[in-house]
Design a protein around this ligand. Structure first.
Ligand SMILES: NC(=O)C1=CN([C@@H]2O[C@H](COP(=O)(O)OP(=O)(O)OC[C@H]3O[C@@H](n4cnc5c(N)ncnc54)[C@H](OP(=O)(O)O)[C@@H]3O)[C@@H](O)[C@H]2O)C=CC1
Ligand SMILES: O=C1O[C@H](COP(=O)(O)O)[C@@H](O)[C@H](O)[C@H]1O
Length: 483
C-alpha cells in the first residue's frame, strides 16, 4: 500500500537556529524527504537564520551535507539540486535588531509563514517579540517551539505568558516529537478505530499498564543540558506523559486539536501525586567500554538521574485501581519503546489448575520493529492433554504499510507539514504542558529536598534493582527489555 501525499499550500519556513544540530539532523533532511515525496509546492521557501555570516550558496552547501548524511535512501543529485533552489539564508540575531528588515523582504504576503524556533529556549521570548516588533508575523503566521518547554511549572508558565503576549494559542505549535511518530498515532487508531479494544480498556479488565522507553545511548555530547534536566524532565514530563495520555484518555468526539487536547489534559489532571516509595531514580556506572554518567557530564558528584521508574495512578472511573508503571533510561540493555496493556486473568479456568493460566497482553511496539502483539492463550500442541500456553498474534506495521520504509515520514517531517497545514492536533497546548509540570514538580522538589542520590546501575542492565522491586512488591513483573 502506498501512502497518500496531501500537498500543502505555498509556504515560507524560517528556521531560527538553521545551522544548529537539530536543523542539520532532523529539520532540513525531513523537509527534503517531504519534497521528494511531492508534498512541497514549487515556490516554497526554506530560510535558515542564525547569527553566523553565510550567503545562500554556503548555506545550501551545509544543507546538502546534512541531507546526504541524514536524508535517507532517496538522495539523488537531481532531487538535491531542485530542493536547494528553495533554500536561503539570512543573518539575524534573536537578541539584536539587525537583519530583521532584510528577512521581512524575503517573505511575500498572502502565504503561510512558519517560524521554527530551533534555538536555545532562553531566546524564544526575544524571537517572538522581534517577529511582532519588526512586522514579520501576519495573520497566516505561526511559531514552532522546541523542547524543553520550561524547566518547571514556574518557567513554563512564564514562557507561555511571554509567547501569548505576541501570538495566540492557535498560532503556537509546541513540539513533542513523540506525537509525530507513526506508531504513536497508531495508538489512537488502534484504540478508537476498533470495536475490539475499547470495551475492555478500563480497570475492570486491565490489571496494569507498562510504559517503557529504553535507550542504549548515554548522554553523549548533550551532558551540559541533560545534567540540569535528568530523565524525569527530559522524557517523563513530556514524551512519556503524552504516551500515558493517549493510552488513558477518554475517546474524543472528533480527531481535532482541542477535542484531543481537552481529553489529554483531563488525564494529566487526574494523576495522583506519586509517593516517594513508588519512585526509583538511577544513574549508570561506567564499564571498560563506556564512561559512567558522571564522567559523561564531567561532574563527579552529579545527582541527576539517567533512569527513572515510577508507579502512577489515574484517579478517575475508568482507571481507578489500575497502576501505570513507567520506566525510562539511558545505557540500558536495548533500545526499545513499548506500551504493554496487561489484562486480568480470566475469572475462572475450566481446565483446572494443572493446565496453567495465562494473561492476554497487548503490546504496542513504538520502536524499533514498530507493531503490535496480542498474546492469546491457546492449547499447547501435542497429545499432552489440555495444557495452556501463550501465542502472539503479531502485526508488524511495516508489513501493513508501504514496502518502502522511506515513505513512512519521520516524526519531524510529519509535524512540520502539520504546522504548514495549520493542524495542532499533534502539538501540546499551553495548559497541557503546565499541568504536566504541576505533576512532576512536587516529585522533583521532594527528592531534591531529601538530597536523594540516584542508585547506580550497570550499563546494559534494565535499571537499578529497586526498579525491579517496584513491580515485584505488587506481585508483578516488568517485561524484558529486548531490542
Ligand atoms: N539537537 C537535538 O537533537 C534536539 C534539540 N532540541 C532543541 O532544539 C533547539 C536547538 O538545539 P540544537 O540545534 O541542538 O542547538 P545548537 O547549539 O546545535 O544550535 C543552535 C543554533 O542557534 C543559533 N543561534 C544561537 N544564538 C542565536 C541568536 N542569538 N540568534 C539567532 N540564532 C542563534 C546558532 O547559530 P549561531 O551561533 O551562528 O547564531 C545555531 O544555528 C534547542 O531548544 C534544543 O533544546 C530538542 C530536541 C532534540
Ligand atoms: O527528546 C528526547 O528524545 C530522545 C529520544 O528520542 P527517540 O525518538 O530516539 O526515542 C532522547 O534521547 C533525548 O534525551 C530527549 O531529549
Amino acid at each position: 500500500m502506498v501512502s497518500r501525499v496531501i500537498p500543502v499550500d505555498p509556504f515560507d519556513l524560517v528556521i531560527f537556529g538553521g545551522t544548529g544540530d537539530l536543523a542539520r539532523r532532523k529539520i532540513l533532511p525531513g523537509l527534503f524527504r517531504r519534497f521528494v515525496a511531492g508534498q512541497m509546492p514549487d515556490d516554497a521557501q526554506i530560510i535558515g537564520a542564525a547569527r553566523g555570516d553565510m550567503d545562500d550558496s554556503e548555506y545550501r552547501a551545509m544543507t546538502e551535507d546534512a541531507i546526504r548524511e541524514f536524508g535517507g535512501r532517496k538522495v539523488s543529485d537531481d532531487a538535491v539540486a531542485r530542493f536547494l533552489e528553495r533554500v536561503h539564508f539570512t543573518t539575524v540575531d534573536a537578541m539584536g535588531d539587525e537583519g530583521w528588515a532584510k528577512l521581512a523582504e524575503k517573505l511575500p504576503p498572502g502565504r503561510v509563514r512558519a517560524f521554527y524556533f530551533s534555538v536555545a529556549p532562553s531566546l524564544f521570548g526575544a524571537l517572538a517579540e522581534r517577529l511582532r516588533h519588526f512586522g514579520l508575523a501576519d495573520a497566516a503566521s505561526r511559531i514552532v517551539v522546541e523542547k524543553p518547554f520550561g524547566h518547571d511549572l514556574h518557567s513554563a508558565r512564564a514562557l507561555n505568558r511571554v509567547l501569548e503576549e505576541y501570538f495566540a494559542e492557535d498560532e503556537i505549535y509546541r513540539i513533542d516529537h513523540y506525537l509525530g511518530k507513526e506508531t504513536v498515532q497508531n495508538l489512537m487508531a488502534v484504540r478508537f478505530g476498533n470495536m475490539l479494544f475499547e470495551p475492555l480498556w478500563n480497570a475492570q479488565y486491565v490489571d496494569h499498564i507498562q510504559i517503557t522507553v529504553a535507550e542504549t545511548v548515554g548522554v553523549g555530547g548533550r551532558g551540559s543540558y541533560y545534567d540540569k534536566s535528568g530523565a524525569m524532565r527530559d522524557m517523563v514530563q513530556n514524551h512519556i506523559m503524552q504516551l500515558l495520555c493517549l493510552i488513558a484518555m477518554e475517546p474524543p468526539a472528533r480527531f481535532e486539536p482541542d477535542a484531543v487536547r481537552d481529553e489529554k489534559l483531563k488525564v494529566i489532571r487526574a494523576l495522583d501525586p506519586v509517593p516517594a516509595h513508588h519512585l526509583v531514580r538511577g544513574q549508570y556506572s561506567g564499564n571498560g567500554t563506556h564512561p559512567s554518567y558522571c564522567d559523561d557530564v564531567e561532574d563527579p558528584r552529579s545527582r541527576t538521574e539517567s533512569f527513572v521508574a515510577l508507579r502512577a495512578h489515574v484517579s478517575n472511573w475508568r482507571w481507578a485501581g489500575t497502576p501505570f508503571y513507567i520506566r525510562t533510561g539511558k545505557r540500558l540493555r536495548a533500545r526499545t519503546s513499548e506500551i504493554a496493556v496487561v489484562f486480568k486473568d480470566a475469572p475462572h479456568s475450566i481446565f483446572g489448575a494443572d493446565a496453567g493460566r495465562h494473561r492476554n497482553v497487548l503490546v504496542i511496539r513504538l520502536q524499533p520493529n514498530e507493531g503490535m502483539t496480542l498474546d492469546v492463550t491457546i492449547k499447547e500442541p501435542g497429545p499432552g492433554g489440555m495444557r495452556l500456553m501463550d501465542a502472539p498474534l503479531d502485526l508488524t506495521f511495516a508489513d501493513a504499510m508501504s514496502p518502502d520504509a522511506d515513505e513512512v515520514p519521520d516524526a519531524y517531517e510529519r509535524l512540520i507539514m502539520d504546522v504548514i497545514r495549520g493542524n495542532q492536533t499533534l502539538f501540546m497546548r499551553g495548559d497541557e504542558v503546565e499541568a504536566a509540570w504541576a505533576w512532576t514538580d512536587p516529585l522533583i522538589d521532594e527528592w531534591e529536598a531529601r538530597g536523594d542520590v540516584p542508585q547506580p546501575y550497570d550499563i546494559g542492565a534494565a535499571g537499578p534493582e529497586d526498579a525491579l522491586m517496584l513491580m515485584h512488591r505488587d506481585g508483578r513483573k516488568w517485561r524484558e527489555i529486548r531490542g
